[in-house]
Design a protein around this ligand. Structure first.
Ligand code: ATP
Length: 119
């Protein structure tokens, strides 16, 4: 049990490190706060909240994995190397794919009620 608590603490400190040091992670967090605020404002139902939470988790997880890959690549290959480039570019592609899914979910869920509100 003590080991589990310690591992959760280490994982949380990893998330904190990524938030403190990665500009893209900070942008994702600001976007998540805005989306959650809009969701509260619009009183979304449980199914829509589930999709929003899934989208936020997907993007944050992808960014965390991308950050881990970037750090590992910088450690393993400080010099330029085609495989280092491939690893970083593919990892960045995962974040882009996750972000596109999240934007689509956000537009589908928040778009219609916001349009109705302001039209
Ligand atoms: N060791 C390397 N060898 C070859 N290409 C690299 C290497 N490091 C980075 N690159 C290329 O430069 C791009 C930017 O890498 P960088 O490490 O600056 O990450 P980043 O996308 O700017 O992320 P961050 O802003 O979080 O540091 C990579 O996507 C890759 O194409």
């Amino acid at each position: 049990m003590a080991k589990f608590v310690r591992n959760v603490g280490l994982a949380l400190s990893g998330i904190g490190l990524a938030i403190r040091t990665q500009r893209h992670m900070q942008i994702h967090c600001v976007a998540a706060v805005i989306v959650v605020g809009l969701g509260l404002f619009l009183s979304l139902d449980a199914i829509r909240w589930s999709l929003i939470v899934f989208a936020i988790g997907l993007v944050v997880s992808a960014e965390l994995i991308n950050t881990a890959i970037e750090q590992a690549v910088d450690l393993a290959s400080p010099e330029r190397h085609p495989l280092a480039k491939a690893a970083k570019d593919v990892a960045a592609g995962a974040v882009l794919a996750a972000a596109l899914v999240a934007i689509t979910i956000g537009l589908l869920i928040l778009g219609p009620p916001l349009l109705a509100l302001f039209s």
